[in-house]
Design a protein around this ligand. Structure first.
Ligand SMILES: Nc1nc2c(c(=O)[nH]1)N[C@@H](CN(C=O)c1ccc(C(=O)N[C@@H](CCC(=O)O)C(=O)O)cc1)CN2
Length: 308
């Protein structure tokens, strides 16, 4: 007789499915905008050099934009592009009315100062949410463009847990792109947040406190099963390509196979957070489009002060 396993397995958080639902809803809104106003949201994606992973992501972004009925303006520059050339392109895109969002694919080649480029993007077109104004607005709890990966993580968490109030959340990794904005978003959801990093003392013990554990360190399978509180929700942001037994495969920052026996719910890699990053880029572009239309709208006569 076949022996039945009694081991409980964590619920799998399907990022592909969630992303595909979000993309379908965005496509429907874009179609409606076209019917009502004859207008199309547009995103400019700038790729400098030919990093193979960046090539894959930029192609995926262009495809997703077109599938949602939006315009994708791709700008590919050689790896030895001078910073002034890139800044001049950003200036042109800032002034282009067909471009509602601007994204410069990271990482950039070493001769370019990444911060100088990001800060040159108009904050109203900063669909990556990396401009200092959007970072500050997020920290103050104001309306801001939120970086796509943490925005996607929060959507998945809300889908699984609903209200996050009072939850203990631990974020491992303090990057500007994921760790820091993720911590801000969780604070905004009334979680008790610990932002842990490579110098955190007794990291496993800190992680074991977490109802919500977000791993964003870029170290393959660093988070072991005994770091996880039973029943916790685990979001794995890591995308690490590793070679094993002569083949290459993607793995996250969490030891998925072992963690699945302890966690309550967990994202896989691939198929978890990654697809949500691109879906949230579409959402941010649609948001940028709406903001630009509100700015351009003439003042409605009925809102003007009437003579007394
Ligand atoms: N300007 C930006 N640069 C970068 C960002 C960003 O948000 N803005 N994030 C990452 C890369 N990234 C988007 O650009 C990204 C990474 C992964 C995925 C994804 O869908 N991953 C798949 C696996 C894909 C594969 O096989 O390699 C998955 O996890 O299922 C999408 C976007 C760095 N740069």
């Amino acid at each position: 007789m076949k022996e039945e396993s009694t081991a409980r397995e964590a619920r799998l958080i399907d990022g592909r499915q969630a992303a595909s639902r979000l993309r379908a809803a965005i496509a429907a809104e874009v179609a409606q905008l076209g019917r009502d106003h004859g207008a199309v949201p547009g995103l400019a994606v700038v790729l400098v050099g030919a990093d193979p992973a960046s090539e894959v992501y930029v192609r995926a972004k262009g495809r997703a934009m077109r599938e949602a009925g939006m315009e994708s303006h791709e700008h590919r520059l050689p790896a030895d592009t001078a910073q002034e050339t890139l800044l001049a392109l950003i200036d042109r895109l800032n002034a282009d009315d067909r471009v509602h969002g601007i994204l410069v694919q990271l990482p950039l080649p070493a001769q370019i100062d990444t911060q100088a480029v990001i800060q040159a993007i108009s904050p109203d077109k900063d669909v990556d949410g990396f401009h200092v104004l959007n970072v500050g607005r997020l920290a103050l709890g104001q309306q801001a463009f939120v970086p796509c990966t943490p925005r996607g993580c929060l959507m998945l968490l809300r889908q699984v847990l609903g209200d996050l109030t009072g939850k203990e959340a631990v974020v491992i990794g303090r990057s500007d792109i994921v760790g820091k904005p993720m911590a801000q978003l969780l604070l905004g959801q009334n979680c008790t947040v610990t932002l842990a990093h490579s110098r955190t003392r007794d990291l496993p013990a800190v992680c074991r406190r977490a109802d919500i554990l977000v791993a964003a360190v870029g170290r393959p399978e660093m988070v072991r099963a005994d770091w996880i509180k039973p029943g916790a929700t685990v979001i794995d942001v890591g995308i690490n390509r590793i070679e094993r037994d002569g083949t290459s495969r993607l793995t996250g920052d969490v030891d998925f196979a072992a963690a699945r026996g302890i966690a309550g719910a967990i994202t896989p890699v691939p198929g978890g957070v990654g697809p949500m990053t691109i879906a949230c880029l579409l959402q941010n572009t649609l948001d940028a489009f709406r903001i630009s239309r509100r700015r351009a709208a003439p003042c409605h006569p009925s809102s003007e002060r009437k003579p007394s």
